[in-house]
Design a binder for this molecule. Structure first.
Ligand SMILES: Nc1ncnc2c1ncn2[C@@H]1O[C@H](COP(=O)(O)OP(=O)(O)OP(=O)(O)O)[C@@H](O)[C@H]1O
Length: 644
């Protein structure tokens, strides 16, 4: 039963989402997103969603090291905020609360409201809220009472600040929330300042931990405060080259000279940023904590006071030098300007030389093998073999001998000298196990033993052979689900997932243009063609939702190059499926475009009516993405009844 205040709120949300919002208003823009992009219905308030334990574990595993650092900051912040009724949430980049500090006395109310461990505060799930909207805006935000989209949340007040990793990737959100609060929005001003300040402190603590083997230059505009609150931090190596920047540095500093790459500081010498040059910085380092604190000035005329912290551990033992390279070239080539891919690449570049196995998740055709290969090529193992095995493609009866090898005379008909298995062949290099979820259970047990004991026992052999094995495993299936069904060993899962990388589906990537260009160049070179895409074909490629991901894009380009006139690829050269995703089967006569348009419009209209104008449900029914539904609605002038 809805309270009058909730009903009034729903009417308000409906009115704004129908008329649209000013781009500068993050709350109303979020309401519009909730209705138009996520298909959320303000008339159906929904309780908080708490993810299951196993899923929460996975989210925590992703940022385990960071969680330890963040906890200290959270405890300090909680001490200051608990007395005035606030609780604290730390969420990952997906909006899942991976840590929480609150008062046990209100545990029931807090859990019901979603102020709890495991709560999903993404905008897609919870509507406008401090965490979810902060993830979209990447900036601190207060979402107070009726700023929330969902009427169940309108008694809450929430303040959130984003957290970035030392390479600028988005890590998650720090949030302070209260079950009750005074009605003026201004009452939250201080809470927002506090959460923003602590988010910065947590980020900086993480930065110092991450770059503990590097020199760190801390800068502040107040002479006496630099040691305690250096707003700007730059990590640099013994040659004075910048290897890391905190958020403050990324906001405030630019290289002295313009030119290519002027937007990034990583990889540049410090003398490219400060007029006084490297000598002055080494002088500051030598002065240590003494009062001799030279000022450094930037190209824009700002003056900062600096202090330099020496490396606290010896570099190379922690991480071989290439692992610190902000982006290894083989990895960098995988993507253009897509935030999800850029984050993945920065995570991957930090992993290349670490002694961990990596699990890659992604839909079929997203490039899991390509990523595994790039990881290998970027590592110090690159001169050793990269061995790829598709566990789903090799018949079960052969996987064992293929992987583990066999000795002479083990099989009648086998090679008389025996065979080194693929595990041995990858010794010192990388073993890529694709579709690991399809590996039979008894072989999972043997693989686990190889990983634990670092030796392999070929079939028929008496003595094990030592191997230096680094595994990158991939799966498009949910391994946690397979574990729950008893089809995948949990202990093997934990051995394999030293780190998990999620490859986004192509429809979510914003760098499709880059991929189209790269793949077209690669395919053209192979076919010795110089054909270019015309505008309509290019637009069709950009707007398609690519269920088969990068592989399908590659195949489509190959097809188009083969059938085009040799100079221009136009829309007719693209395979029919790009034009017919929305049509009912059987496919109508392709020579009748008017009939096809008419069919498309009526199919869409019927589905919209059937699904009561819920765009998400329509997209699911027709097997297309929501953006395509909106595009088609616009094209055919279909307007929801309440907006007509
Ligand atoms: N980033 C990329 N740049 C260029 N080509 C790519 C990229 N990602 C994938 N591809 C191409 O897409 C195709 C599929 O890639 P890949 O085999 O790595 O996908 P996958 O996710 O391992 O697929 P599956 O799940 O079917 O094993 C390949 O032809 C590959 O060359």
């Amino acid at each position: 039963m809805l309270a009058p205040s909730q009903r009034e709120h729903i009417d308000n949300v409906l009115a704004v989402s129908q008329t649209g919002a000013a781009a500068s208003d993050p709350i109303h823009s979020s309401w519009v997103r909730c209705v138009r992009d996520y298909g959320l219905d303000p008339c159906r308030p929904t309780r908080a969603h708490i993810v299951e334990h196993a899923q929460l574990r996975e989210h925590k595993d992703q940022i385990e090291e960071f969680l330890g650092v963040a906890r200290t900051g959270m405890e300090q912040l909680y001490k200051r905020m608990a007395g005035i009724g606030y609780v604290l949430l730390l969420t990952d980049a997906h909006g899942i609360a991976v840590d929480f500090i609150g008062n046990d006395a209100w545990a029931r109310e807090l859990k019901q409201s979603g102020l709890y461990l495991g709560a999903d505060w993404s905008e897609v799930r919870a509507g406008t809220c401090a965490v979810g909207t902060c993830i979209v805006e990447k900036a601190p935000i207060t979402v107070h009472h009726t700023d929330h989209f969902d009427a169940t949340h309108i008694s809450l007040t929430c303040n959130a600040a984003p957290l970035f990793d030392p390479t600028g990737g988005f890590l998650g959100v720090l949030d302070v929330s209260a079950l009750t609060s005074p009605s003026p929005r201004e009452s939250q001003h201080l809470a927002l300042q506090m959460v923003t300040m602590y988010a910065q402190m947590v980020e900086d603590a993480n930065f110092l931990r991450y770059f503990r083997d590097r020199w760190v230059l801390r800068l502040g505009s107040a002479w006496s405060m630099v040691d305690v609150a250096g707003e700007i931090m730059l990590a640099f190596d013994g040659d004075g080259v910048i290897v890391g920047t905190n958020s403050g540095a990324r906001r405030a500093l630019r290289p002295l000279r313009n030119g290519p790459g002027a937007d990034t500081l990583i990889g540049r010498p410090l003398s490219d940023v400060f007029r006084e040059g490297m000598d002055a910085i080494w002088r500051i380092a030598r002065a240590g904590a003494s009062a001799d604190r030279s000022a450094l000035s930037t190209g824009s005329g700002e003056v900062y006071f600096g202090t330099v912290q020496a490396p606290r551990v010896t570099p190379q033992r922690i991480m071989p030098s290439t692992a610190d390279t902000p982006c290894a070239p083989a990895l960098e080539r995988l993507a253009g300007d897509d935030p999800q891919m850029q984050r993945l690449i920065s995570q991957a570049s930090r992993l290349v030389n670490r002694p961990v196995n990596i699990l890659v998740h992604g839909e079929t055709g997203t490039g899991k093998e390509v990523l595994a290969k790039a990881l290998h090529e970027s590592s110090s193992r690159s001169s050793k073999p990269f061995v790829a095995v598709n566990c789903a493609a090799i018949p079960e009866s052969l996987i064992e001998s293929e992987l583990f090898g066999y000795t002479a005379g083990t099989f009648t008909g086998g090679r008389s000298k025996g065979m080194r298995g693929l595990i041995q062949q990858s010794d010192g290099g990388t073993l890529f196990l694709d579709e690991i979820g399809d590996m039979p259970l008894h072989l999972q047990t043997r693989l686990l033993r190889v990983l634990a004991e670092r030796e392999v026992l070929p079939l028929g052999a008496e003595k094990p052979v030592p191997v230096r094995l680094t595994v990158v495993a991939a799966s498009h299936r949910d391994l946690r689900k397979l574990i729950a069904e008893g089809r995948f060993r949990e202990d093997l899962y934990y051995r394999l997932c030293g780190a998990i990388l999620y490859l986004p589906p192509l429809r979510e990537r914003l760098d499709r243009d880059y991929l189209i260009e790269r793949l077209l160049a690669a395919e053209s070179a192979e076919l010795d063609s110089r054909a270019r895409l015309d505008q309509a074909a290019h637009a069709a490629l950009l707007s398609y939702d690519w269920p088969g991901n990068v592989r399908q894009l590659r195949n489509v380009l190959r097809f188009a190059l083969a059938v085009c006139d040799g100079t221009t690829i136009n829309i007719e050269d693209l395979p029919a499926e790009l034009m017919t995703r929305i049509e009912p089967s059987p496919v109508p006569d392709a020579s009748a475009p008017i009939a096809r348009t008419h069919d498309e419009a009526s199919v869409l209209q019927a589905a919209l009516r059937r699904q009561r104008w819920n765009v998400t449900a329509v997209a699911a029914e027709l097997g297309i993405c929501r953006a395509t539904v909106y595009r088609q609605m616009k094209r055919y002038g279909i307007v929801p009844p309440n907006q007509a």
